[in-house]
Design a protein around this ligand. Structure first.
Ligand code: ATP
Length: 324
């Protein structure tokens, strides 16, 4: 192993820069050459490479997003596109690739690696925390803190006006952000894709909390929840049933993807970035570097991609109890 390359792919997340930095620096530490590839797989196909040394990655540990930029690439889904990608790597004598991204990026990586017999290592970078085999993904902790901070501000105005706020957070398939930020911000109810609460149970619960003396409420809704998918309809359904509340909807949207990474995400990124280069030096391929019980682990792409991560259902119980 002499030369490696690193790219970021799919949705960006805070901590990606810190992970690139760690990959580049562990490469230098082990006397490997390292290239950065701009715009993910699309830049790989379009030959958008830059040689990176330890000083190329200074002053980025604290920055959100990814300085290498990210993209979604249709061309990489085709054999011809992947052939061009491989030719570009070979032209620079690049022996291995580190891909920072989500499960889609890992699927592409897995196909590419097997097709051309080139080692590829993945680093889980997505705010959703929806990748099996790792307790945390890069950017998740930062996103949680962003959401809790936003809900704290919403709570101030909710309590001043007897309002009920529906706060939509990211999570098409995974309720991790909703559940944890909901507990952390003291939400009355948390709607997640993994559990269909049903409108009747939600209304019943809101009535109960109103009777118990609550005058304002915050309901955290993951975007992929069954009844929360159409949040405007949900708001009008609640309004009909609970006319004493003024219902407001806040969609947090892309602010959840931005911002300076939390210390936890920076340390995680550093560990995963170092771990990815260590894995290549150990001869590993087609694995994601993840974290389980505070230890770095190697997880086959197949396990990371094809098995759905299970939600911690005890958190649901805790959420129910603390919102009484
Ligand atoms: P996020 O979780 O933020 O959505 P992701 O990595 O899952 O991130 P995707 O858009 O699903 O994001 O995938 C990123 C890129 O990976 C795609 O644009 C495509 O280039 C590549 N990719 C995904 N699936 C495949 C596939 N089956 N074959 C080849 N390439 C793929």
């Amino acid at each position: 192993l002499k030369t490696i390359a690193v790219l970021t792919s799919g949705g960006d997340s805070p901590g990606m820069n810190a992970a690139i930095r760690a990959v580049v620096r562990n490469a230098a530490y082990n006397n490997l050459d390292c290239f950065g590839i701009y715009r993910g797989y699309q830049g790989l196909i379009e030959n958008d490479f830059e040689k990176l040394g330890p000083r190329s990655v200074r002053n980025i540990i604290n920055r959100g997003g990814t300085f290498l930029k990210s993209a979604r690439s249709k061309d990489f889904r085709t054999k011809e596109g992947r052939q061009m990608a491989f030719d570009n790597l070979k032209a620079r004598n690049i022996d291995a690739l580190v891909v920072i991204g989500g499960d889609g990026s890992f699927t592409g990586a897995d196909i590419f690696s097997q097709e051309f017999d080139i080692p590829v290592i993945g680093i889980p970078g997505t705010i959703d925390n929806d990748i099996n085999g790792t307790d945390y993904t890069l950017g998740y902790d930062t996103a949680l803190n962003t959401v809790v901070d936003a809900i704290d501000k919403i709570r101030d105005t909710a309590s001043s006006h007897d309002r009920l706020f529906l706060v939509e957070v990211m999570g098409r398939d995974a309720g991790d952000i909703a559940l944890n930020s909901g507990i952390g911000a003291g939400a009355e109810e948390i709607l997640i894709p993994e559990e269909d609460l049903g409108i009747d149970r939600l209304l019943d619960s809101l009535h109960k909390s109103r009777k118990s003396g609550k005058t304002s409420s915050i309901v955290v809704v993951a975007e992929g929840d069954q009844i929360g998918k159409n949040i405007t309809k949900l708001a009008s359904d609640i309004e009909k049933d609970l006319p004493e509340y003024e219902i407001k909807v806040t969609v947090l949207g892309h602010i959840q993807r931005g911002g300076s990474p939390s210390c936890y995400d920076r340390v995680l990124a550093s560990r995963l970035g170092v771990g990815a280069v260590d894995a290549l030096l150990e001869g590993e391929s087609n694995i994601m570097v993840g974290i389980q019980n505070k230890k770095i682990v190697y997880v086959p792409f197949e396990t990371a991609i094809n098995i759905k991560k299970t939600l911690d259902f005890d958190l649901m119980r805790v959420a129910d109890i603390v919102s009484t």
